[in-house]
Design a protein around this ligand. Structure first.
Ligand SMILES: [Zn+2]
Ligand SMILES: [Zn+2]
Length: 270
């Protein structure tokens, strides 16, 4: 597995990323402590439910760490480019003073050009580009799954499961548990809606072989874009493998299969 750590020195990005880590920590600590473990202890909730929550939370955090520290596809020098990318269309970045391949864009936040840049995401303090888009999609997916899991458990605690018999009224968390759980539910709904929108947008981008930046430059591009290949092939190119089970694994070496050049050949053929 590649171990190169990519960091972006952006205070605003660090602040956004820290807030995401805080929300994750809050929910990963709060729900098991207030709901799952007490119910497991009194036999009203299977232990597998609590274990499953920790597994999803771990996958979510792994995807976040990897998406924020993976190289999004920084353009370093001319020899990074294939001959196809270089010959069909190339530009010199005025800020980096290097020739950048087709579909690469300069990110002012990161301070360098990114291959097939989709957008800069402050929440992961990193660009989303050719090198880490698959991790970003995993993050959106697992965050939706985790927030749904949390909402279901929260709902079940109040409306489906029997009351906890041995709640400790003298504990701090007992007095504030309802407010804290309500807060967790509000966060869960907001995060789910935000991540669902991001996830849907990313999948559409991949299936239509467009990036967010390209669509912003030409809003009609998505309407006119035609899917060039089956959805499995489009996703396999981004995830770097045809094995669909591996699409769910963040702790592996990712890779792309020439997607920078792919759209390029499509444009040239039109
Ligand atoms: Zn640049
Ligand atoms: Zn960036």
């Amino acid at each position: 597995m590649a171990c190169r750590i990519h960091t972006v020195w952006d205070p605003m990005g660090w602040l956004c990323l820290s807030s995401i880590v805080f929300v994750w920590s809050y929910n990963t600590w709060l729900l098991p402590k207030l709901i799952m473990m007490p119910h497991v202890a009194q036999g009203t909730l299977p232990a597998a439910v609590a274990a499953g929550y920790y597994v999803v939370a771990a996958l979510c955090m792994a995807a976040l760490v990897r998406a924020s520290t993976a190289d999004p596809g920084r353009v370093r020098q001319e020899r990074d480019m294939s001959s196809e990318e270089f010959s069909v269309q190339s530009h010199v970045c005025q800020k980096c003073s290097i020739v950048k391949p087709a579909r690469a864009h300069h990110c002012s936040r990161c301070g360098h050009c990114v291959r097939r840049m989709d957008h800069h995401c402050p929440w992961i303090n990193n660009c989303v580009g050719e090198g880490n888009q698959w991790l970003f999609i995993q993050l959106c997916f697992y965050t939706q799954l985790l927030s749904t899991y949390a909402l279901v458990v929260n709902f079940a605690h109040f409306y489906l499961l029997p009351p906890l018999a041995d709640a400790q009224p003298d504990e701090f968390v007992f007095h504030y548990s309802v407010a804290m759980l309500r807060g967790a539910a509000v966060m869960g709904v907001m995060i789910f809606l935000g991540m669902a929108a991001l996830f849907y947008g990313q999948v559409i981008n991949i299936l239509t072989d467009l990036t967010t930046i390209e669509k912003m430059k030409d809003p009609f591009l998505e309407v006119s874009a035609q899917v060039q290949r089956p959805w499995q092939e489009s996703l396999a190119a981004v995830f770097g493998t045809r094995w669909k089970l591996l699409w769910l694994i963040p702790c592996r070496r990712g890779g792309v299969q020439g997607i920078s050049a792919r759209r390029y050949s499509y444009q040239a053929a039109v």
